[in-house]
Design a protein around this ligand. Structure first.
Ligand SMILES: Nc1ncnc2c1ncn2[C@@H]1O[C@H](COP(=O)(O)OP(=O)(O)OP(=O)(O)O)[C@@H](O)[C@H]1O
Ligand SMILES: [Mg+2]
Length: 395
């Protein structure tokens, strides 16, 4: 059986990881939360192990020279959310230098590699899967500007990384050795632009957009990035990042619903559903009565929308020849109506949103997918013409 490398496009967002694999035949979305743990986490019942989705019970040991804390054990994603020692990234941290980013990255890859569907793709001996990937991922512009992408990439390329599934449904006892044939680290803002102008086969779409000066304001969970695109490239010196995101506001709404109505919502995602659902938006059930929480959501989200709008205005003023600003990220979904209303009443900039949450939230992952697939296609083409070149290119 031949062992080939598989394409992986992974956006390690502060709020959640989004990943696309292979011919986009598999995707994962995992909350970016980890918690240190012991090897023998108590399991409630054997059913939990058999019936639960592995993705909801990720419990792993991670071995990699790239980690500061090598061989540590973690709960990851939904399982970690419930821990009292859950770690989420804080806004000031560097993605390229945190173990958390790497743990999330390796866990995501291992969850793809270990699947039965990949039995033909990767070699497996005694519960050890040998997986190799061609990875496309990204870092915030700020970190790329500081040159941190170089070290990040060579750490990944330089060694084999191992994920061992401990008390994880379905995969307990399996190990995955991850090695990379190639790693591409793209600046996040540039990636968003690529997604706008390139299709999955590497063709240019949106020809009218390609030579315009545009802004892309990405409102994430913990951060907002505004990229300036000129001459088909991100203008590093003009791009700006802010430690402002929607997570805090969603948390504030949840807290206020709890104190005011005595209703405990489980997750931020529940809050998102209440604000964005088509029917009965901004209403919850309180003791069986339909109750409006519009006052709470309006005040908190309008406040955040104003802050986001101020950033837009600042960046637009410094880049006066901008033709359009696109809002992307989960935050854009939540704040869309508020930002539109502010804009109508204030400056009237040419701004646009994406209707589809898949397009808005998966923007980065889609872009990495297009870029890494394009790279792979060209690489294979070169190899077909000259077999020696392939070896060189893969190195
Ligand atoms: N379908 C959705 N509709 C609206 N909001 C969503 C949706 N999914 C997630 N969100 C919320 O939007 C926020 C940002 O999500 P997003 O995935 O864009 O952040 P991220 O990329 O992980 O974070 P960052 O960009 O800061 O690294 C999260 O707080 C999330 O709860
Ligand atoms: Mg993001």
């Amino acid at each position: 059986m031949m062992s080939r490398s598989r394409i992986a496009a992974i956006d390690v967002g502060n709020d959640s990881v989004k990943a696309l694999f292979g011919k986009a035949d598999y995707e994962l979305n995992i909350p970016n939360v980890i918690a240190r743990d012991r090897a023998d986490r108590p399991v409630i019942g054997i059913e939990e192990l058999n019936e639960k989705d592995p993705v909801d019970g990720i419990h792993i040991r991670v071995h990699s020279p790239a980690l500061q804390d090598n061989n540590a054990i973690y709960r990851v994603g939904n399982l970690a959310t419930k821990s009292d020692n859950a770690m989420e990234l804080d806004p000031g941290s560097s993605k390229s230098e945190e173990d958390q980013s790497l743990v999330m990255l390796f866990a995501t890859l291992a969850l793809d590699a270990v699947r039965d569907q990949n039995a033909n793709q990767f070699k497996k001996n005694n519960n050890v899967v040998d997986a190799s990937y061609i990875l496309g991922t990204g870092l915030p512009l700020r970190e790329v500007k500081e040159g941190k992408d170089v070290g990040f990439r060579s750490q990944l390329l330089g060694s084999v990384h191992q994920v061992e599934f401990l008390v994880t449904p379905k995969y307990q006892g399996q190990k995955v050795n991850i090695k990379f044939d190639e790693v591409k680290v793209y600046p996040e803002g540039f990636a968003a632009f690529i997604n706008l102008v390139m299709d999955n086969d590497g063709n240019i779409i949106n020809r009218d957009l390609i030579d315009k000066q545009i802004l892309i304001q990405d409102i994430g969970g913990l951060s907002t990035d505004i990229a300036v695109i000129r001459n088909r490239n991100v203008d590093d010196d003009r791009a700006q990042g802010f430690n402002l995101g929607v997570s805090e506001s969603l948390e504030a709404i949840r807290e206020e619903i709890r104190t005011k109505h005595g209703v405990e919502l489980d997750t931020r995602r529940d809050v998102v559903d209440i604000i964005t659902k088509k029917n009965d938006r901004n209403h919850i059930m309180v003791k069986g009565s339909r109750t409006s929480v519009h006052d709470i959501t309006d005040r908190i989200l309008l406040d955040l929308a104003k802050k986001e709008y101020r950033h837009l205005r600042n960046v637009w003023q410094k880049n006066s020849q901008t033709e359009i600003c696109y809002f992307v990220g989960g935050g854009a979904m939540v704040l869309k109506e508020y930002i539109k209303t502010l804009n109508n009443n204030l400056d009237g900039y040419n701004i646009d949103f994406f209707e589809d949450e898949k397009e808005s939230i998966w923007m980065m992952a889609n872009a990495y997918y297009k870029l890494i697939s394009d790279f792979d296609r060209k690489n294979n083409k070169a190899a077909a013409q000259d077999p020696k070149e392939k070896k060189a290119a893969v190195k």
